[in-house]
Ligand binder design. Sequence first.
Ligand code: ZN
Length: 464
Amino acid sequence: MFTIENALIATPDDYSSTKVLITDGRIAGISSQLDTVGTSINADNKLLLPGFVNAHTHSSEMWQRGIMSMFPLELWLAELYDFAPLDIEKVYLSALGTAVETLLSGGTTVVDHLVLIPGKELETIATAVRAYKEVGIRAFVAPLIQDESLAAGIPSGDTKQTHEPYFRSTQATLDIIEEAVKKFHCPEKGINIAVAPTGIQLCSDALFKGCAELSDKYDLCRHSHLLETKAQEKLAKEKYGCTAVEHLERIGYLDYRTSLAHCVHLTDKDIAILAHTKSTVVHNPLSNLRLGSGIAPILKYRQAGVNVSFGCDGASSNDSQDLLEAIKIGSIVHNVTDFDYQHWITPHQSVKMAALGGATGLNMADNNGSLDVGKKADLVLYDLTSLSLLPRTDPIGLLVLGRPVNVVDSAWVNGKQIVKSGNVTTIDVQDLRQELLKHSQWQKSRKSKTAAELEKHYRFVMGL
Ligand SMILES: [Zn+2]
């Protein structure tokens, strides 16, 4: 039980200083008239916001950030997998790193679309779960699965392409996910397993349907990449004779628990489908810029009533895990896509998308995503005396549009404090830095064999 005193909170058209009482992991009262109960936390000159959701990332990509070639997604993926770490210790360290960077940029929940080490799938999942539990961040571990080989993700065009079968059967993959759900899915403790076929480019209908069944059986969130690139748009036409969204609706994958990363290349009809199925779009602006995928039509989604949240995407296509940076770019990039400034995203709307939009996409908006009595205490206090948030103007405006540096003073998840005075309290971050240093080395250049094999065909079908 504790009371946050004198915190600045946003009101509909201003700010006010107030007390916030937390009991049993939930917000029990918000009012300047409250008595202080339990430990008193001084929040003078601090802004209190609901924790944000990093709604799409791949933690183990941290090992390759900064080094990936300037490639579009299809070739980039080939390079990524040629050099992917196959080491459980690395999975652990990069999950810790992803959690810490998310927390220190305002996130209290992370969705890890987790790349699995072949043959060590459950061990990979167990390791990420252990890391997130240790840090104390709310986590949705979404094991990344597919049942088609990488080359199948590139459209064939007029050519005849045959692809090797994937090394594991669809059913064996679904069995792994069901076992992971039985072992690790525990929403009350802040650890959730989500079903997460990587996307239409590498997954059969049987895999999507099997995931939807598991989602219904265990009430799991559904996640996937969707129409990130032009190549995927083309591939959907070849594969289904309709758009990917039309197909996913037809096979029953879209519902209020479904969040879809990227959504760059959608038609107006697709957008209407996302709206009426209550699916969520996860906006990953930095990754879309880095890989040249395009700018997702987020303003259109918002106008159509589609819920939108923000993700960093994996650190190999970003190349960081700074949620505030993704929110900033993901908000202002649209000012160049729509001349009508009345449609532009305001900083207050950005914050709502990052918190409540994120919670909605994970089917937890009843309990998370806003400062309301009864909701879970997933909270972040920002230090408004940080040089990057001075002088005193509009704190949310400056948090979103500025370049906030080391501004998270405190963070709580489920009422448990895990960041205090700017430091993560649950793990030793100095030690993590040493381990990341120890497990990596400076590299100058490297060549991806698979990317080289795919490049000629890719350039041909994409008309390059
Ligand atoms: Zn991704």
